[in-house]
Design a protein around this ligand. Structure first.
Ligand code: 13P
Length: 277
């Protein structure tokens, strides 16, 4: 059933667990995430990157919303990392009610203005807005933010930002990165703990691919209720599809089923970790 991100995160909050939010780029990705969440009977979030709006456009939004509606578990559809109001307006006109207003490239004051405006618009129909404070490094969808631009979330600023924007959830930068961790991940749990004590909204951790299980559990204990996962699922898709490249007689439906299976294995393992199973 199509659910609101607010309700899904509310379930996670009540149960002291976190929910997985998985980037999807195609039908197979959507099927894989829903299959795992139904098997595990756990709510889930499907998230779409703005880059997909430019490539496949509204069809992916419509498909994802329709499949979320048919799911047997609470499932929401979210627009990930969106720096532009017109793209937010576009997905909202298609029925999507959950967005990440990404003003992390802006100055602090500009980020507040941008996020506040998004919240104001989304509030008129009960929409959900995730904001970000700090600057996450790494690579996603062809965009690389170099390490020298990284900025950890300042706990005092986080309190002020949440107050002034009225966001529903805060994405934090505490050493997490997008893409593959080149060295052992180092999360600043003291900072995470101080942020948790300074704000009242649920916390979101991007870059959950490659984090060891103990870090996931510790982050959940410190208030993370939504983990964003892309790289590990994307890698599973690419590896399974590339294993079939070169075989000109290949049955495409079979290859897609294989790719769904391998993505679903990753998703299942993640949502089990996020729910403490
Ligand atoms: P990873 O690609 O590192 O899993 O990060 C995904 C993400 O944070 C999407 O917003």
């Amino acid at each position: 059933m199509l659910a609101s991100t607010r309700d899904i995160i509310g379930i996670a909050e009540e149960e002291g667990i976190a929910v997985g939010s998985f980037n999807v780029y195609n039908l197979e990705g959507v099927v894989a995430v829903i299959r795992s969440s139904e098997q595990e009977k756990l709510p889930v979030i499907l998230q779409i990157a703005p880059v997909s709006l430019e490539s496949v456009g509204s069809a992916l939004v419509a498909l994802t919303l329709a499949m979320a509606e048919d799911s047997t578990v609470p499932t929401s559809v979210h627009l990930d990392h969106c720096p532009q109001q017109d793209q937010i307006d576009r997905v909202v006109s298609m029925g999507l009610r959950s967005v990440m207003a990404d003003g992390s490239h802006l100055s602090y004051e500009e980020n507040i203005d941008f996020t506040f405006n998004v919240v104001n618009k989304m509030r008129s129909f009960g929409g959900f807005v995730e904001g970000e404070l700090g600057r996450l490094t790494g690579t996603e969808d062809g965009l690389t933010i170099p390490e020298y631009e990284s900025l950890l979330t300042d706990p005092d600023q986080a309190a002020d930002y949440c107050d002034k924007t009225d966001i529903d959830a805060l994405a934090v930068c505490v050493g997490n990165i997008h893409g593959k961790y080149i060295q052992e991940p180092k999360l600043d749990f003291d900072r995470l703990s101080t942020i948790r004590d300074s704000v009242s909204v649920p916390l979101v951790l991007h870059g959950a691919s490659g984090l060891p299980e103990w870090m996931i559990s510790r982050a959940i204990d410190l208030g993370v209720r939504k983990f964003n996962v892309n790289t590990e699922v994307r890698t599973a898709f690419l590896e399974s599809v590339s294993s079939g490249v070169g075989d000109k007689t290949l049955d495409l439906a079979r290859l897609m089923e294989i790719s769904i299976d391998s993505m679903s294995q990753v998703v299942t393992s993640k949502i089990r970790q996020f729910s403490g199973r």
